[in-house]
Design a protein around this ligand. Structure first.
Ligand code: PLP
Length: 363
């Protein structure tokens, strides 16, 4: 079946193989007589699905043994509260503000701890990233939080900062919601990583947290039990009912990613896809991407038509050609193409062909 290419920022396109597999197993999972939605989370069938998903993700992302993988709920925005509830110790926390998502994170954390904005790219409209060497880190911060891919502004740290080199012993917390599984992760630089599944892992409703074990067990007294990482870890993410169907689908995505060759293969592909699209934008008279070249996101590509009166015509033409959900986020306007793992290079090529053709019809 030839489906349109869907450039949604999230919930986003899924690998078609995964959808086909899930459809085939909808009424009867592996001869159990049950669909996955209908299974007890404590039954042997679902436990097998859960354990496979955990093992596959650990292998894919090369998560070291001293990190727990937690399957939670509440999304990235809930983590903006859950992280400080668990690891701020009501002390001081450093934030780097690089766009809408890190801005939301630091505002939410203020409810639970003292926040220091160590650096901000707000003055230039979040079109560059503050160099780690310029960050004004606090003495004795409980942690330093960075959004490593800003989904709305389209900026991405292509390497994780090394806090030790910056003279800080604080754990690094990363919001990797919108580029998780797009490239390998250097866990030696990370204390905790979180992300909603609905960008690059699976359906909405599942939140991934990967946390170093020494950070468990320090939650504030007011932290809800269901959000205490230690409680969640001690119960294998089943203190309360986990989002079972979303875990199952994410598990199918993990297997799909393994078949694609894992993280190094995905990174190579994602680099090629991003280069194809940015080159087309940069080499045109009509389209514009405002982000500095060295920090452009390989997942979320915001762009503008220099003549904004053409926006609606552009979007209608795109839909007609099977190029869906290209409208930009309302806070920045313009267009945005999210080119997560599930978008093949053919999808990016189809978009680039349309960009060129549309520009020609306007000349
Ligand atoms: C989408 C997104 C969020 C918010 O996720 P929700 O699941 O809606 O809470 C947070 N951070 C980043 C970087 C995102 O892309």
């Amino acid at each position: 079946m030839n489906r349109p290419f869907n450039f949604s920022a999230g919930p986003a396109a899924m690998p078609q193989e995964v959808l086909t597999e899930a459809a085939a197993e909808m009424l009867d999972w592996h001869g159990s007589g049950m669909g996955v939605m209908e299974m007890s989370h404590r039954g042997k069938e679902f436990i097998a699905i859960y354990e496979q998903a955990q093992a596959d993700l650990r292998e894919l992302l090369a998560v070291p043994d001293n990190f727990k993988i937690l399957f939670m709920q509440g999304g990235g925005l809930a983590e903006n509260a859950i992280v400080p509830l668990n690891i701020s110790r009501a002390g001081t926390v450093d934030f780097v503000v690089t766009g809408s998502w890190s801005q939301k994170s630091q505002l939410e954390a203020r409810k639970y701890c003292t926040v220091n904005v160590a650096a901000s790219s707000a003055p230039n409209g979040h079109t560059t990233l503050p160099e780690p060497a310029s960050w004004q880190l606090s003495q004795d911060a409980s942690y330093v939080q960075v959004c490593t891919n800003e989904t709305i502004h389209g900026v991405e740290y292509h390497a994780l900062p090394d806090l030790k080199v910056l003279g800080s012993n604080a754990p690094l917390v990363i919001d990797f919601s919108s580029h998780v599984a797009s490239r390998p992760v250097d866990w030696s630089r990370v204390g905790l990583a979180f992300g909603g599944a609905q960008k690059n892992l699976g359906p909405a409703g599942l939140t991934l947290v990967v946390v170093r074990e020494d950070l468990l067990g320090h939650a504030l007294a007011v932290c809800p039990s269901a959000f205490d990482y230690k409680t969640v870890a001690d119960h294998q993410s089943m203190y309360n009912t986990p989002p079972t169907y979303a875990i199952y689908i994410a598990g199918l995505v993990f297997q799909w990613l393994k078949r694609q060759g894992g993280m190094t293969a995905m990174e190579t592909r994602n680099r090629a896809k991003a280069a194809l699209l940015y080159d087309a934008i940069d080499n045109s008279q009509l389209y514009l991407n405002k982000v500095a070249a060295n920090c452009r996101s390989r997942m979320n590509v915001p762009f503008f038509l220099r003549d904004e009166s053409l926006n609606e015509t552009f979007l209608t033409g795109a839909r007609t050609r099977g190029l869906l959900q290209l409208k930009g986020h309302k806070s920045v306007g313009g267009m945005r193409a999210s080119i997560y793992n599930a978008i093949p290079i053919e999808g990016v090529q189809a978009l680039v062909d349309y960009l060129r053709e549309f520009e020609k019809t306007q000349a």
